[in-house]
Design a protein around this ligand. Sequence first.
Ligand code: SIN
Length: 511
Amino acid sequence: MTDTDTSTATTTDGETADVLVVGSGIAGCAAALAAARDGAEVLLLTKATKPADASTDWAQGGISTTRGNPASLKEDIVDASDGTADPAAVDALVENADDAVEDVLVDTLEVGFDEADGGDFDYTREAAHSEYRILHVDAATGTHILRPFLNYIDNHERIEVRQDTAALELITAEGRVHGVVSDEGPGGHPIFAGATVLATGGIGALYGRSTNPADATGDGIAMAALAGADVEDMEFVQFHPTAYAGDDPFLLSEALRGEGAVLRNGDGEQFMDDYHPQGDLAPRDVVARAVETEREETGEVVLDVSPLEFESEYPAIAEKCRDRGIEGDEIPVAPCEHFLCGGIDVDERGRTSLDRLYAVGECARTGVHGANRLASTSLLEGLVWGLQAGDDATGFDPEPVEAPELRNRDPDLPERFAAEKFTRLTQTMDEYLGLERDPDEIARASSVLRRLKGEVDAYIRTRTARDLYELRNASVVALLIARAASENTESTGCHYVLEAETAGGVDRTSF
Ligand code: SIN
């Protein structure tokens, strides 16, 4: 048994980087690229061992551009958010969108976006978009962006990419972040940085059904919150309306409805016109609740892809259907956790409330999405904010301060401890903090989650196992969601509150 518990409990020994990026999706890659272009030596840490460990690789529909009309994209973003998106943040997105896409994706990475006859891009449309403005590659756009991006930064002389490496804690001193302690070595490994950029992605692992990869455990949000950074809008967890309804769900992109596929209930009827004037192309939160209602009332909902050339136009999705044995034009669908609209609060350059800490991509709350995100704006937000943050994060020298030395006195976890607690956590989230919430149930979730967090904390004092930290992070984020949900009694966007039988009575003590 290793005993790394020391009497000092801090260290100033460690390596240094000008800019430290944590996470390897589009936002992390963009931040690393921008910082390296500015001359910084960049270290990018990622838990991933393959591209598919990042949510970006799973993105289907595409990446929105403004197609020369930023005002129109802005209007659609604000409408889809139920009027809650921050106009200044949306301006920052739409004003930088086309340049970022052209510079990085088209000119630098030479992503082969689908083209129409005549050589122009084949712009597609998704729900709540008033125009055809989305660039895509089949419906596997994330893969076609991320893989060349990872290759590019991996070959960059000023960027080191370190895979299979998790950040466990932020190193902080007097309100400033100085890097992270990684899980290299039994007692952790301090990495001091001039600036630290969190790009750790979403929270899909907190729910039983998600369109995210399994290790989306909210690490950056938890680490930042525990260090005292402001976190906002955590109640706005977006559920995608059309994921395969069976085991091992996968996404059926909104691009399918954008190009003509329709939803039908168990009686074979189209129903979306009864719920919203935009019918099948209504905002995502509206469609997700309608799908759930129709599933309850008529037994099932299917996505009818017969109006499309499904096999030839969407080969990647068609292949997934074949792999699951789905035959014919009607694919059973159900809502599925997809995206967190809230996160670490940041400004237009990705700066958090802590000095020299940045957050970009899904772990950040820029204000662009408000209470409900418009389709195909997440890759764009990750790209735009990644570039801004990477650029802003340069020019600071790393300052070795005292870093926490993590204890690994007792590294053997009781067998299955993390897996069992994780199951309790996801069951609680599914049952009480899903598509529809009841104040009494939110209160119940809070007390279950607080107990769970207490049990995890007792173990983490003496162990540095990555799965234990992921569980700690997931339980911190789950509590943040429960707390935000309890504090917002209004139904807005993704946060839909059923009427309470009795007053909520949620204990709002901090996690
Ligand atoms: C989809 O392809 O439906 C997802 C796109 C997105 O979440 O932006």
